[in-house]
Design a protein around this ligand. Sequence first.
Ligand SMILES: Nc1ncnc2c1ncn2[C@@H]1O[C@H](COP(=O)(O)OP(=O)(O)OP(=O)(O)O)[C@@H](O)[C@H]1O
Ligand SMILES: [Mg+2]
Length: 292
Amino acid sequence: MRFPKRHILVIVAVASGLVMILMSGLLFMSLSGPRAPACTFYCISAVIAGVLFGISCARLTASPIEDLRREFVANVSHELRTPITSIKGFIETLLDGAKDNPEDAERFLQIIARQSDRLSAITEDLLTLSRLENDAETSGIPMTQIKMLGVLQDALQVCETNALKRNVKLELRCGEHLAGKLNAPLIEQAIVNLVNNAVNHSPEGSIVFVESRKDKGKPVIHVRDNGTGIAPEHLPRLFERFYRADKARSRSIGGTGLGLAIVKHIVQLHRGKVHVESEPGKGSVFSIYLPK
Ligand SMILES: Nc1ncnc2c1ncn2[C@@H]1O[C@H](COP(=O)(O)OP(=O)(O)OP(=O)(O)O)[C@@H](O)[C@H]1O
Ligand SMILES: [Mg+2]
């Protein structure tokens, strides 16, 4: 059986507090007798117990939000450091003489351009997330009753170039009259993120399906692929910022690891739910459930 971390901290805090009291008592008693070695032992034990007590209490009072904030800042720094280091390195190489060789200069400048694109993608996604969080805390977002077909067609149009490049076909199944109450640009962005993921993880010649219908009177959108799929251990963390199931592949595609976090925020702003079902080697289905 595994104890939750917080329970262990409470046990350590209480136990070390008790040891501290006991040792201080014994120390006080031995001070009045001829037992100098015991006095040192009690003294050291009381100090160790005191330190343990302090650490446990500090960890217990630290807020989970503060932990999340710290983890987020660490992740952002890590994500930004990679392209910055690369840009800096190649600029130095160029200045050290590589600029005089046209072939090397061209290759290094291409790398610098790619890494700059990456930096701008990360900052743009972070700004989107921050705007969405702001909207959630303040006014919310404007929503209108709108036909789903148009929103989905616009989203697929954005993904067309990527799909063509990877030789993946996009297929849309949506009734002409199906409507939902939503913020069209945001839902379009969520669908673009899901479809691009589906395309990026699908084999050449396959089809990505985008389907929308009503389920118990509420609109549902499914994005289905027959691609690599995702192992079950990754599913619970998939919508976290910067979480990637396949780090190497995501980086080689140029992903920031923020796409699904943005999807989750958009769906939450609509008071809806996003769900994923996936099987390695078979493919994935991402579903957005809207409330109206
Ligand atoms: N349809 C899919 N099939 C297989 N793996 C997927 C699929 N969708 C997402 N993933 C996995 O989930 C991870 C997180 O996706 P997410 O969209 O957040 O980031 P990304 O695609 O790497 O970068 P970007 O921010 O540019 O979208 C991906 O890196 C990939 O490992
Ligand atoms: Mg993505």
